[in-house]
Design a protein around this ligand. Structure first.
Ligand SMILES: *Cc1c(COP(=O)(O)O)cnc(C)c1O
Length: 233
């Protein structure tokens, strides 16, 4: 963290390795050097993490994910408690016009009303899926920060990943996250395909890793689906 750094931009937990960072400590260190802190809070949502209260200057969300919650709206949200930053952001918004349509606004507000319930259920379901994955002989490692609906795991035999993705019936093979339906993503060919392979591997994003976004279905359906796809040849 040198003097020429103006912004520290963090995502916590990280996608897809689920590493958590201490926002309060990072904010303190950044502010001592005159840098502002931006936190992408998409994965935890305000239900589990409130970065402004921990010292961050700007928080942003892909509202496409948990805030909307139904995989049917593309939106973003920015929060700040700094009046000068707010004025600049509002000026930008007002002059360049990146505003949501009335229908998208309606969908987003409607989704927000059940955010707390959805986060609670996703976490419960995720904890049950994690318990299953941890004892599955087909799974090498499970990455889960303990709350929220996002889980990554590494399989013992990566040659079986195409079979796994084709066999799942409840999980949909798709890139997004944070909706009521459970999704599975293969970062190697989807979300992280444009990161050079040496770079990906250098920080542990290996080709045996899959990411789950756990929705609000019956957890037994989710576990049964994963068991059938992972453990039946
Ligand atoms: C999806 C996502 C984004 C991008 O948001 P869009 O709404 O798809 O533009 C940014 N950060 C995180 C953590 C995301 O999951």
């Amino acid at each position: 963290l040198t003097e020429d750094i103006d912004i520290v931009y963090i995502e916590t937990p990280t996608n897809p390795l689920m590493v958590e960072f201490d926002i309060a400590r990072i904010s303190q260190a950044a502010h001592e050097r005159g840098a502002a802190v931006i936190v992408d809070n998409t994965f935890y949502s305000p239900i589990y993490q409130r970065p402004l209260e921990d010292g961050a200057d700007i928080v942003l969300h892909s509202a496409t994910k948990y805030l909307g919650g139904h995989n049917d709206v593309l939106a973003g949200a920015i929060m700040t408690n700094d009046a000068a930053i707010y004025d600049k952001l509002f000026y930008n918004l007002n002059t360049t016009g990146p505003v949501l349509s009335p229908f998208d606004s309606y969908l987003l507000l409607r989704g927000l009303k059940t955010l707390a319930l959805r986060m609670e259920r996703s976490t419960q379901n995720a904890q049950e899926v994690v318990a299953f994955l941890k004892q599955s002989p087909a799974v090498k490692e499970v990455l889960y920060p303990g709350k929220g609906g996002m889980i990554s795991f590494k399989v013992v035999d990566e040659s079986k990943i195409p079979h796994l993705l084709n066999s799942l019936k409840v999980f949909t093979f798709a890139e997004s996250l944070g909706g009521v339906e459970s999704l599975i993503t293969y970062p190697t060919t989807q979300t992280h395909a444009d990161i050079p392979v040496e770079v990906r591997h250098s920080y542990g994003l290996t080709d045996d890793l899959l990411r789950l976004s756990i929705g609000i279905e019956d957890s037994r359906d989710l576990v049964d689906d994963l068991r059938a796809a992972l453990e039946n040849e």
